[in-house]
Design a protein around this ligand. Sequence first.
Ligand SMILES: [Zn+2]
Ligand SMILES: [Zn+2]
Length: 254
Amino acid sequence: MQDNTQSLMLSNDRSSDSGRPGILASLILDAFAPHYCIVCGRKIIRLEGAAGVPLCEDCLEELPAAPAHRCGICGKELFAEEGTCYSCRTTERSFDEVYSLYRYRDTPALLVRGYKMAKRHSLAGFWADRLEAVIRERWPDHVVVPVPPRPEKRKSREWDQVEAVAAQLGKRGICVRRVLLRLPNEEQKKLTREGRKSNAEKGYAFDPSCNEKAPSHVLLLDDIFTTGATAEACAKALRGKGSEDIVVLVLAMD
Ligand SMILES: [Zn+2]
Ligand SMILES: [Zn+2]
């Protein structure tokens, strides 16, 4: 219900000025014609290992990498600044670094929304392929800890976009530990920026029923990094239980 309402609000997205269909149009196209590229409309020839990705070979190749000149802590793109962004220099962070596969715009934003809101579940494998490559190269000894879904979502066993990627990573032999718990709270997306921050801060805890210690080297997995409030709350909960090195790993960042 919630996801449907949200997908109807996607029409005023920022890709609409780039001369191609907006996100809503692309998602509708994808739902009715899943064998055509959501960016250029060409028929998709299935690529090995890329099953379920609604992009043609050319558009898949053109996926923009995250910016090279970015904040050493939160990963945001830097323009006039050097090293770390203003926000990270003035705010205390419980995590050490954020790594994002993509910027949350253009084609990657389409893919994230297609995955999360239009529930194109098969994209979980696409994200996991990319994350696995980065994890093996940069953090082979870190343990993946997924950001947990809302309790109602967990209870109803509703599909969860973060858990689906975590499960795929587990299948690829990456160590995954579900040691966090989301406490009953208001939904983040209904709140203002400030509201999100204080809401998120009390929203997560180390799961006392998991019977595990907090891993010392963590890759905190989430779908999108926006304000960093969720990452901060989760990292704080992990640090409180002894985690030392915490890298936030996301599919896309604003
Ligand atoms: Zn294409
Ligand atoms: Zn920063």
